[in-house]
Write a protein that binds this ligand. Structure first.
Ligand code: DGP
Length: 114
């Protein structure tokens, strides 16, 4: 999508601290980190949110979670713990309408989230 910020980053045109790229997935550091480790994982394909995920995205979702686990290890939060969050819609605070998973770690986190 032409005016999608994360599509731009996925295509290499955006300004982002990219930490991982594959044929289908890009991961980059969040511009406004909420934890010492705060990485966003996105599909290159434009999917609006988890609401728009289809059966055909199964392999893509496996890759996104496997990449999160890999990056947690690479960023030394594998043992201390980490969280994956995806916000859907206004009550959850979704601000970018391209599916993304927040990988958060490096500090103790509360539950329930705010
Ligand atoms: P959400 O609120 O769940 O839609 O999360 C969107 C996240 O995207 C938010 O934590 C800030 C981050 N973000 C927004 N614009 C940019 C950008 O241009 N670059 C990077 N690296 N992150 C961004």
């Amino acid at each position: 999508m032409e005016d999608c910020l994360f599509c731009k980053i996925a295509s290499g045109a955006g300004d982002a601290d990219v930490v991982h790229v594959s044929d289908n997935v890009v991961a980059f550091r969040d511009i406004n980190p909420q934890a010492p480790v705060h990485i966003l994982l996105i599909p290159k394909e434009h999917i609006e949110s988890a609401r728009s995920v289809k059966d055909r995205h199964g392999d893509l979702l496996v890759e996104l979670f496997a990449t999160a686990a890999h990056l947690a290890k690479a960023n030394d939060v594998d043992r201390s713990g980490w969280r994956v969050v995806t916000n859907v819609g206004p009550d959850a605070g979704q601000s970018v309408h391209h599916l993304h998973f927040h990988l958060l770690g490096g500090r103790p986190m509360k539950w329930p989230p705010g």
